[in-house]
Design a protein around this ligand. Structure first.
Ligand code: FAD
Length: 419
């Protein structure tokens, strides 16, 4: 029998790994505990709103190369939407003023010399401070490196870093933000055009992958919660699903692509991140957006941080939202009061809403927690890890998860070479 790989978890990391392995013609079986794939990145029908919604707004950038090649491989590269040029609209809720950052085409960022294209109140010189991220030490935070008390930090770096890291910039690792800046902002306008799923996260990132796996004969089993990994000597010998056990043969391998906390329960001797940060999304059914309003607006000076408009829904994202608590009605009305300024409908009745708080949206990307990220290879010779929380060198994002899956697929292909 050909060697098999069991991929545990069908989130972005597990799907990317299964797609990668099956493209090499390897025999793969995916075991997913939930009745659906996608994990923290998926869409579902919300009865109250009468609409399909995403568990949270997910933003990609055109420089997220691994995600784009994953989409291309599963035949979904036309499922993202976004402007032809990078442009970022912002609105200051406290000062009631908006502005748009308008980078130029081409790699050389001369736009920072043009006051009408850059953040108001900043000088071209302020932008060079970003280079300090390249030399950030492993214990330094984003705020320590970038916060000079000036408007560029408040109006750009703070919201950008908070969105990417889902951790307050005062405690987020500066060294971990650097690769994102290098691979997107540092590569010129074509690498940081915003991209969102045109219809929904599942329609872009999940369903096409499942269809691709089906055509390659990969079985994706839902409702299969792995309860224990049996280990004998230096390898995994069985996967315990409770009602039955799957024997893992001498040539077989296992990719564990589950969240860090689940990994810790299956492999208690492994060091993994232990702290998390929440992301809050409030979805409103509201069709009446003013003409010309961009589909995404960054917000500063309030609770709401990003506003997304898609069809007849407007959604707000709040990262590192652990402290935003209280009854959903109260949270929604506070956020509605803020965004109705931007939507030009101040004073109107709040439309139907849904508040979704993902308490463990990502691990807390502090220097201390970042040091706890394990590599893909483990001390069990046929067991490989994947997930946005593993040591990908990137923050916990879709791009990080997809790359971890790819890395795990490569590691599985080289398992016979030894650790
Ligand atoms: C609200 C929110 C907003 C976000 N916004 C962005 C964004 O704008 N841009 C961005 O790039 N990223 C964003 N992210 C992060 C992104 O969603 C994650 O980095 C990514 O989805 C993680 O994928 P993963 O495969 O590593 O983990 P998961 O998605 O957690 O997948 C793990 C899978 O394992 C399964 N599983 C768990 N236990 C078991 C078990 N015992 N047996 C079998 N299966 C099991 C789970 O059901 C799940 O399907 C956001 C996340 C959230 C929650």
């Amino acid at each position: 029998m050909a060697p098999r790989t069991f991929v545990i978890g069908a989130g972005m990391a597990g799907l990317s790994c299964a797609v990668g392995l099956s493209s090499l013609g390897r025999e793969v079986e995916v075991l997913e505990s939930a009745p659906h794939a996608g994990g923290r990145c998926r869409s579902y029908f919300d009865d109250h709103l009468g609409r399909r919604i995403d568990n949270g707004n997910h933003l990609l950038l055109s420089g997220n190369s691994a995600t784009l090649s994953y989409l291309s491989e599963v035949g979904a590269d036309d499922t993202l939407a976004g402007p032809d040029r990078a442009e970022f609209a912002f609105y200051d809720l406290e000062r009631r003023a908006g502005w748009t950052i308008r980078p130029n085409a081409g790699r050389l960022p001369w736009w920072i010399l043009a006051p009408s294209r850059r953040v108001p109140g900043t000088s071209a010189w302020d932008y060079f401070r970003a280079a300090r991220l390249a030399g950030a030490g492993p214990s330094e935070t984003v705020a320590q490196v970038l916060d000079d008390g000036g408007p560029l930090y408040r109006r750009f770096w703070h919201p950008f870093a908070l969105a990417v890291m889902n951790t307050d910039p005062k405690e987020a690792s500066a060294a971990l933000l650097w690769p994102v800046v290098r691979e997107t902002l540092g590569r010129g306008e074509t690498a940081y055009r915003p991209r969102i799923a045109r219809v929904g996260l599942s329609e872009s990132l999940v369903d096409p992958a499942l269809a691709c796996l089906r055509t390659r004969g990969v079985e994706v089993g839902f409702g299969r919660r792995v309860r224990r990994l049996e280990r004998t000597g230096d390898r995994v010998t069985a996967i315990d699903l409770g009602e039955r056990q799957i024997a893992v043969g001498e040539e077989d391998s296992v990719v564990l692509a589950v969240p860090a906390a689940v990994c810790a329960s299956l492999l208690p001797d492994l060091v993994v991140p232990t702290e998390y940060r929440a992301i809050l999304n409030v979805h409103f059914r509201h069709a009446d957006t003013p003409p010309g309003l961009p589909s995404m607006v960054g917000l500063v000076g309030g609770v709401a941080q990003w506003l997304f408009c898609r069809q007849d829904m407007v959604s707000v994202t709040v990262s590192a939202a652990d402290a935003v608590e209280g009854p959903p009605e109260k949270i929604a009305s506070r956020i509605w009061a803020e965004i109705s300024q931007v939507l030009g409908c101040g004073g109107t009745k709040m439309p139907p809403f849904r508040v979704v708080k993902e308490k463990r949206a990502t691990f807390a990307q502090t220097p201390e927690q970042t040091r706890r990220r394990p590599p893909a290879r483990t001390s069990w010779r046929n067991l490989v890890l994947a997930g946005d929380w593993t040591d990908t060198g990137l923050p916990a994002t879709i791009e990080g998860a997809v790359r971890s899956g790819r890395k795990a697929a490569e590691a599985v292909s080289h398992l016979s070479d030894g650790p």
